[in-house]
Design a protein around this ligand. Structure first.
Ligand SMILES: NC(=O)c1ccc[n+]([C@@H]2O[C@H](COP(=O)([O-])OP(=O)(O)OC[C@H]3O[C@@H](n4cnc5c(N)ncnc54)[C@H](O)[C@@H]3O)[C@@H](O)[C@H]2O)c1
Length: 246
């Protein structure tokens, strides 16, 4: 018996990194997982690795039509959506004063609007079911700031505040919403932002003395997506080896 047996779970940005680890863990816990990513090939490859029950779909979370088409397909195929994990994210690290408004738009479209798009479509479906679990991936940059990530931090701060509000609005419909907030985690995104020097400095600064691994995040997400977390909503859980404590 897995703690997500018979559940239908959508994970965005699940072609690689933290999202792929989340998809893998949810499937191991018994869920049928819809692996979505803007990269069709990695979405399909992750779904194939998960085996029976999983499907891979190309979805650009920044594009509402793409999100709607994906969720319509899921409902047509599975009849319901029990779990939505908003994981897709992107950043370009640079000092705020050097950044261009076109980059701000892209960062907000993917990191914040992406989650608005999926939630706006999925929440009425979950409300009609009287059941739902939303897990939004934030970032500790949205809690404590992060040099070189001003606009991304603003978008992730928005994710945290948005999650608390939908948790309040949807509680009576049987829906919980929580935020999992990664600290520095060993993925392609981290490699694009920090070099080897930052990695070594962080290892010294993180109380548990290592970077996060995608599986560390996946374990927290799977818990919040399950009925073990039935009485937890509106919370932000940092998975950061103790780098942030607030
Ligand atoms: N790695 C870290 O240190 C770290 C720290 C804090 C927060 N996060 C957050 O964790 C989440 C996962 O990040 P990661 O480190 O695994 O990054 P990653 O770059 O390895 O993976 C991100 C995935 O999202 C997909 N994606 C990008 N734009 C998309 C779009 N418009 N629509 C759909 N999919 C899209 C990419 O194709 C990729 O597969 C993100 O929300 C990120 O902001 C990561």
């Amino acid at each position: 018996m897995g703690k997500l047996d018979n559940k239908i779970a959508i994970v965005t940005g699940a072609g690689q990194g933290i999202g792929a680890a989340i998809a893998t863990k949810l499937a191991a816990d018994g869920a049928a997982v819809v692996v979505t990513d803007i990269n069709e090939d990695t979405a399909a490859a992750t779904a194939q690795k998960l085996g029976s029950g999983a499907i891979g779909l190309r979805t650009d979370v920044a594009d509402r039509e793409s999100v709607d088409a994906m969720i319509d397909k899921v409902v047509a195929q599975f009849g319901r959506v029990d779990v939505l994990v908003n994981n897709a994210g992107w950043d370009k690290a640079e000092p705020f004063v050097d950044s261009e408004p076109a980059t701000w738009d892209r960062i907000f479209q993917i990191n914040l609007y992406g989650q608005l798009h999926t939630c706006h479509k999925v929440l009425p479906i979950m409300a009609a079911q009287g059941y739902g679990r939303i897990v939004n991936i934030g970032s500790d940059s949205g809690r404590v700031g992060s040099s070189g990530e001003a606009v991304y931090s603003a978008a992730k701060g928005g994710v945290i505040a948005f999650t608390k509000t939908i948790a309040r609005e949807m509680a009576r419909a049987g829906i919980t919403a929580n935020c999992v907030s990664p600290g520095p985690t060993d993925t392609a995104l981290f490699a694009s932002i920090g070099g080897e020097k930052l990695r070594e400095a962080l290892k010294r600064a993180i109380p548990l003395r290592r970077l996060g691994q995608p599986e560390d995040l996946a374990n927290a997400v799977a818990f919040l997506a399950s009925d073990e977390a039935a009485f937890i909503t509106g919370q932000t859980v940092s998975v950061s080896g103790g780098l942030t404590m607030s």
